[in-house]
Design a protein. Structure first.
Length: 238
């Protein structure tokens, strides 16, 4: 209720990561990542799982470890869990720092493992998980594509380099914008006004220090975030 534009954009990012992408993988009969919001395990699987992980996104790491052991997670769209997004800037920033630093560290560490295991075990679903975990947080993905497009455009204009990278990145940018818009239209337009999407550039700028800190002051500690009481909300229809 009364969410700021920044909290609304964050909510959209959550919907894309926790609903849209897992549903897409399910449609392709592929596994997904564990996101921690809601998980169920057969006892014979979880009793021997490596739960004492030092990873600060331990749910993501657990899903990858289980996948490598032959127990890949699957999305369950019939389950519904409702949570609230922290709207207070210092708390929200600290929470996202843990999530996104952990995601980036997990990306760097696990993508090669999954690619190698997919070849050794001849399991295409591990290749799919490698591609899924290698996608950086959406705000960082948008920032990287935009900066790459600027750099390649400058090189084409001033250094007379090939325009092919500019064309590829332009297509990537248009594809990403289209996917984000369609995700909003299908899953979030009843709770996030279209005008809120204009705040996306400011949301990315707000998170820029978070990404720079990954290289200078990486978050390595699991800090629980104080959460407000959960208010009843309309379900997100899949």
């Amino acid at each position: 209720p009364n969410a700021s534009p920044r909290a609304s954009i964050s909510s959209l990012a959550f919907i894309i990561k926790n609903i849209v992408r897992p549903l897409g993988l399910r449609t392709l009969n592929l596994p997904c990542l564990l996101t921690g919001t809601g998980m169920a395990f057969p006892w014979h699987t979880i009793r021997s799982a490596p739960l004492a992980s030092s990873n600060i996104v331990e749910d993501m790491q657990l899903g990858l470890d289980l996948s490598l052991a032959g127990h890949s997670p699957r999305a369950c769209p019939s389950a519904l869990l409702i949570g609230t997004i922290e709207n207070k800037s210092p708390i929200a920033f600290r929470q996202r720092t843990r999530w996104e630093h952990g995601h980036l560290a997990t990306l760097l560490h696990n993508t090669p493992r999954l690619l190698l295991a997919s070849l050794q075990q001849r399991r295409p679903e591990l290749l799919a998980l490698a591609l899924e975990v290698s996608v950086p947080p959406i705000a960082l993905l948008v920032l990287l594509i935009f900066l790459s497009l600027l750099a390649c455009t400058a090189a084409t204009i001033f250094l007379h380099s090939s325009p092919i990278p500019v064309l590829i990145l332009t297509l990537s940018t248009l594809t990403l914008i289209t996917c984000l818009f369609l995700s909003w239209a299908r899953f979030a337009r009843d709770r996030i006004p279209l005008r809120t999407l204009a705040a996306v550039p400011f949301y990315i700028l707000w998170k820029l220090p978070l990404y720079l800190a990954f290289f200078t002051h990486r978050e390595r500690n699991w800090i629980r975030t104080t959460r407000p009481p959960v208010e009843p909300a309309a379900p997100v229809h899949s």
